[in-house]
Design a protein around this ligand. Structure first.
Ligand SMILES: O=C(O)CCC(=O)N[C@@H](C(=O)O)c1ccccc1
Length: 366
């Protein structure tokens, strides 16, 4: 496709409630959107980088800068989405920025050809079961109220954020209140060290689906040592930034489940490669979330419909995070979200909603 130009747009999306993790509390999501304009169609990509480099080394201002100064100049005049990754290889890292640009090119291409994201990626289902991520709360009673509300909404899996001092007790309280049949998992966001292994082993009796990213992002060897001591399966998130990382983690026994977040991994094409690799090794995958708007959510729901996504993902309804989404809201139905079937992402930003949350736009002609 010949790219006429690219719009970098920043939006500020207030969360319906503070979302606390082991690395900070989000109250507003500052998001970089990338719009690729071609003669045939426009395409959208949502950069999942946070406003500060606390989840990973990337952050929204940095992503905009690297796209503006290095990624766009690296794109050939006419480009196919499958060639974007190769064209951007000389730039090291910046996977979330690359993912947003590649996704926007892919979306434009698919809108022009009339193919949906799900059909292109190889979706095997037309709806996906939805889990929900529950932040660290001020008290056990407020946690139980939140979990009750999400179960009432129909979520099929509960993920609890944990950190030292908020781990065994909240898990025990949820099990005691809601029973053993609720699908339950925890996410530490790298808040522990190997010295905490005895503490993490106290989670084993609660029959958790998994414990996500207990240790440091860059330490597969220690995760492998920890995995050998725990009964609860170890799942990696931040540690897996490519198919090569996934292969190394599987080889080392560092995890038995992987959370696939296309932005973290460098795009939906690499995410599919991780999916395919894991499926070949019998490693279950599920689709993670980064508080995406309906644009990123549409792409994630399409990805989550691939056959190897055998665990419910963090593909929640729009209202989990936003009172007003910038697209038509994703709404849970019987604990599932429908995979968009229209061309490309299958959703469009609603102009009025987008204008309301836009804090800056920048047009870059190519
Ligand atoms: O449902 C969602 O989109 C959020 C799921 C979630 O918990 N994301 C976590 C994570 O570590 O996976 C996160 C939150 C905020 C920022 C980055 C990551």
């Amino acid at each position: 496709m010949k790219i006429t130009g690219v719009e970098l747009r920043r939006i500020s999306m207030p969360l319906v409630a503070p979302f606390r993790t082991s690395f900070g509390t989000e109250t507003v999501r500052d998001i970089l959107l990338v719009k690729v304009v071609t003669p045939e169609a426009e395409g959208w990509g949502e950069c999942v980088a946070m406003s500060e480099p606390l989840y990973s080394s990337e952050y929204a201002d940095g992503a905009a800068d690297v796209i503006r100064r290095f990624l766009l100049p690296a794109l050939p005049g006419t480009v196919d989405a499958g060639a974007v990754g190769r064209a951007l290889e000389p730039v090291k890292g910046h996977r979330m920025a690359k993912a947003a640009l590649e996704t926007a090119v892919l979306d434009a291409q698919l809108r022009a050809s009339g193919e949906s994201f799900g059909a292109f990626l190889g979706a095997a289902r037309d709806r996906v079961p939805c889990g929900v991520s529950v932040g660290i709360m001020d008290s056990i009673p407020s946690l139980l109220d939140a979990v009750q509300g999400y179960l009432d909404e129909g979520y099929v899996r509960i993920k609890l954020k944990i950190e030292p001092g908020w781990d065994v007790e909240p898990v025990r309280a949820v099990r005691e209140r809601f029973g053993d049949d609720v699908l339950l998992q925890v996410d530490a966001n790298a808040a522990y060290t190997l010295a905490d292994a005895p503490r993490l082993a106290k989670l084993d009796p609660f029959d958790l689906l998994l414990i996500e990213q207990p240790l440091a992002n860059d330490d597969l060897v220690q995760h492998a040592r920890l995995a050998r001591t725990l009964r609860t399966p170890v799942c990696l998130d931040e540690s897996i930034e490519s198919a090569a990382h996934a292969a190394a983690a599987i080889e080392l026994g560092a995890c038995s489940i992987i959370n696939i977040k296309p932005g973290r991994i460098g795009g939906y094409l690499e995410a599919r490669r991780v999916h395919d690799l894991c499926r070949a090794h019998g490693v279950a995958v599920w689709c993670g979330g980064m508080l995406e708007t309906g644009l990123g959510r549409a792409a994630n729901v399409a990805l989550a419909a691939l056959p190897g996504f055998t665990l419910p993902g963090d593909t929640s309804g729009s209202r989990r995070y936003y009172a007003m989404d910038i697209t038509a809201p994703f709404e849970l139905r019987d604990g599932h979200l429908d995979v968009p079937s229209g061309p490309g992402l299958g959703v469009e930003p609603i102009p009025e909603a987008l204008d309301e949350v836009t804090t800056s736009t920048e047009w870059i002609p190519l």
